[in-house]
Design a protein around this ligand. Structure first.
Ligand code: AMP
Length: 189
């Protein structure tokens, strides 16, 4: 299956994506992880990206699309892929659709994790990542609201969006995600 995880920073995308990766045995593709790894490795792309993510801003589409298209060309993506933190703009979503169409493997499901703002803030505050400082978190939520949230409509129109309540224990959230996945596997969608 090809699945996108959508949700604000702190919604639990990473945790849930890892669980779902193990459950379905598919590749987990996190652009945030890839950008942080590139930065730690000191590559030019990594340093360029860091100047954005340290401020809580989205990295430019062409940079992110470049690393995703390289990653998608690798063999382990053929059996299925879980996109976590990508796409984050409608432009990225269009490119992803085109790349997957070329491979004859369109997206089957978009899981949108719904979570109230207060919960997001307290979760991020306890996480302690360098880009989790209050001002940066605010900027990331702002970017999410203006650039990423419109993706819900984009995928709703494609009929593949499933909203999942992201509150409660990680186990409870995962049970809801599994239900959405099982529904999507059925021929009627
Ligand atoms: P994440 O770990 O998904 O929260 O991503 C951390 C940071 O990396 C984000 O705040 C962005 O600056 C950057 N980033 C990750 N994925 C993308 C993407 N698809 N488009 C643009 N920027 C991204």
């Amino acid at each position: 299956m090809r699945i996108v995880f959508l949700g604000p920073p702190g919604a639990g995308k990473g945790t849930q994506a890892q669980r779902l990766r193990d459950y379905l045995g598919i590749t987990h593709l996190s652009t945030g992880d890839m950008l942080r790894e590139a930065h730690q490795a000191g590559t030019e792309l990594g340093n360029q990206a860091a100047s954005y993510f340290h401020l809580g801003k989205l990295v430019p589409d062409q940079v992110v699309v470049g690393i995703v298209s390289e990653r998608l060309a690798q063999a382990d993506c053929v059996n299925g892929c879980l996109f976590d933190g990508f796409p984050r703009t409608v432009a990225q979503a269009r490119v992803l659709d085109a790349m997957l169409a070329e491979q004859g493997m369109p997206l089957e499901l978009v899981v949108a994790l719904d979570i109230p703002h207060e919960v997001v803030f307290s979760r991020l505050a306890s996480r302690g990542r360098p880009d989790d400082a209050v001002a940066t978190v605010r900027e990331r939520l702002e970017q999410y609201h203006s650039l990423t949230e419109p993706l819900a409509d984009y995928y709703q129109r494609q009929g593949i969006l499933r909203r999942v309540d992201g509150t409660g224990s990680p186990e409870a959230v995962f049970e809801r995600i599994k239900r959405a996945v099982e529904l999507a596997k059925q021929p009627s969608g």
